[in-house]
Write a protein of this length. Structure first.
Length: 595
């Protein structure tokens, strides 16, 4: 039982909620639940940097593209392009590039059965270029995921270590953002085409990481046919000016070639398309390796710590400041991560954002549930004491409930039925209960109508007060108006009694003003919103004078003074009430007298 009571304490609930938010943050981090959000934000950052923060590599990659024009002009099937590829290799021999990568499928077999010595021209081209320039050949995958063989003499001409994979590993959403061959192949480190090209260019260990899409503008390409034209013209000067000392990649840029999804457009001839030729993605990876390096991911422990810190959004009440913080938080986080990305560090913010939003929404839901609970409790506490209008104002927070206790000056009303004790002894119980219920219903409406609070029913008596929980400008005036309404509604009760053949009833009402303590008083299982103080007992005693003074309403001098000049109060002189002499006034409401 103690555990349950402690759980109900605010501090314990706060700690429990924080623990739940921390646990949720850890789970979000461990299971990378914010991965897609991180990738979406990253793509936006890549696009921003690609447009506004491009840094051009000193020795950029040159792409020779096999386009639709080449496939139309060269009538042989691509597998029989031996003489054309040989001419390209001769052109590269003249141009003297720093390294050449062939991102094309190399012949798997000999074709000398078609034309004698058909393989020789390509073999000689490979040998001549290899003799002076590093050369890397792509080894493609077949439909089963295994490497296609390359014709053995070609492998012997360039060396087995010149064969390389051109596999591009995709993220879960199919976009290529990173270079890490082990994500989609086994033990592939060091065997990729761009890795081997980077080694020849003085980057012995390019490592793994995100591709830097801010390295270089959109790619242009030199048409394959143009290179063959320069070769046939023997234009060594133009070839060397175009390719000399630069890394060169040969690949297919035609629409029918292999394509990869990139986070940014890479082709200048297709400026809005993010599905780019595979050779362009290879070139962008190589750019990253040759520039400032691949982008590293932030330490996973650091990301986990930031994700856990975001759970602190559970703390603090929901308000304008916290709402502003929740709005600013993602903006600051994105600014920070963009700045880090520019420095070569990727901070995945998806999990951090989700943890913060979860904590904020959890606190919002908690406070919403608390408000519903509080409103329900207030309704249960005040529902039978005050009018619906006042109750709504209390629940809206426009009226302070004062449940914690306060000392206030209130106007107190006591009323009871004259001679009800002897009457109830001679009547059936059901009739007595029915009469009281009818009477109290009418009196409650009258009191609520004038913003009074019904304190309690005691036998045939009713106690009410004015000025709490809703503050009133003149509670005495409200009390007198309520007394008049009570007497008017008493006529309705008596009319129903006469219809039943029963005698009518008369009531006496007393009003007094005094300082009392008001609050929610009682035990944990039974309590009520009530008032205590000498003024309460004095009002009760004052009501006993109503019958003797022949006035339906009597009040103290304090009430009479507050409403001086209205209502025609009659001075009844001094009377001893609760061992104290007070000036008493009698009142017959004008509306009652008029009727």
């Amino acid at each position: 039982m103690d555990a349950f009571s402690r759980l109900d304490e605010h501090k314990t609930r706060m700690l429990l909620g924080l623990g739940i938010c921390m646990l949720a943050a850890v789970l979000l981090h461990v299971f990378e639940a914010g991965g897609q959000l991180s990738r979406t934000v990253l793509d936006g950052q890549f696009n921003l940097m690609h447009r506004h923060e491009v840094h051009q590599p000193k020795n950029d990659v040159v792409i020779v593209g096999i386009d639709e024009d080449a496939t139309k002009a060269l009538i042989e099937p691509f597998s029989l392009w031996h003489p054309h590829l040989a001419r390209f290799l001769d052109a590269m021999t003249l141009a003297r590039p720093s390294v050449v990568g062939l991102d094309i499928p190399m012949p798997e077999r000999s074709y000398q059965f078609l034309v004698p010595q058909y393989d020789q021209v390509l073999l000689q081209g490979l040998q001549h270029l290899k003799a002076q320039t590093p050369l890397v050949l792509a080894q493609m995958l077949d439909d089963s995921g295994t490497f296609r063989p390359v014709y053995a003499p070609y492998v012997a001409a360039v060396g087995a270590d010149a064969l390389a994979s051109v596999v591009l590993c995709q993220d879960d959403d199919g976009v290529v953002r990173r270079f890490d061959p082990n994500l989609c192949t086994v033990n592939a480190r060091g065997s990729m085409l761009v890795e081997k090209m980077a080694v020849h260019l003085g980057v012995p260990n390019p490592g793994t990481g995100l591709v830097d899409f801010s390295a270089g503008e959109k790619f242009e390409y030199i048409p394959f046919l143009k290179v063959l034209e320069w070769q046939s013209q023997g234009n060594a000067e133009l070839l060397e000016r175009t390719f000399g000392g630069k890394p060169v990649l040969l690949g297919v840029v035609a629409r029918f070639g292999d394509r990869a999804r990139a986070p940014v457009p890479l082709a200048s001839w297709e400026p809005s398309k993010r599905r780019v030729p595979g050779v362009l993605m290879q070139a962008q990876i190589l750019r990253s390796m040759l520039g400032e390096g691949l982008i590293r991911e932030a330490n996973t422990w650091l990301v986990g710590a930031l994700t856990a810190l975001a759970a602190l959004f559970w703390l603090g009440r929901i308000g304008w400041f916290k709402l502003a913080a929740v709005i600013v938080f993602p903006l600051l986080l994105m600014l920070a991560s963009t700045g880090l990305l520019g420095k070569g560090i990727f901070l995945p913010i998806g999990g951090i954002l989700l943890a913060g939003i979860f904590a904020f929404l959890a606190r919002l839901a908690y406070e919403g549930a608390q408000q519903v609970r509080q409103r329900k409790w207030l309704r249960g506490t005040f529902g039978s004491y005050v009018s619906q209008e006042v109750l709504q104002e209390i629940m809206a927070g426009n009226i302070r409930s004062g449940l914690e206790g306060a000392r206030m000056r209130l106007c107190i009303l006591f009323a009871d039925i004259h001679g009800f004790g002897p009457r109830s002894e001679n009547r059936p119980p059901q009739e007595v209960v029915s009469l009281l219920n009818d009477y109290f219903s009418e009196m409650t409406v009258a009191i609520h109508q004038h913003k009074g609070t019904v304190d309690k029913f005691v036998g045939d008596g009713i106690m009410a007060f004015f000025g709490a929980p809703q503050a009133l400008e003149c509670p005495e005036k409200n009390a007198l108006e309520a007394a008049q309404e009570m007497l008017l509604r008493l006529r309705n009760v008596n009319a129903r009694l006469q219809e039943q053949g029963a005698a009518p009833i008369e009531i006496g009402i007393a009003l007094h003003v005094g300082e009392v303590v008001v609050g929610h008083i009682g035990s944990e299982t039974r309590h009520e919103y009530t008032i205590i103080g000498d003024a309460v007992s004095r009002t009760s005693k004052l009501e006993q004078l109503a019958g003797a003074l022949k006035y339906p309403v009597v009040c103290s001098a304090a009430v009479a003074k507050a409403v001086e000049g209205s209502g025609d109060l009659a001075d009844c002189g001094e009377h001893v009430v609760a061992d104290a002499a007070i000036q008493v006034y009698g009142w017959t409401p004008p509306l009652l007298a008029a009727r």
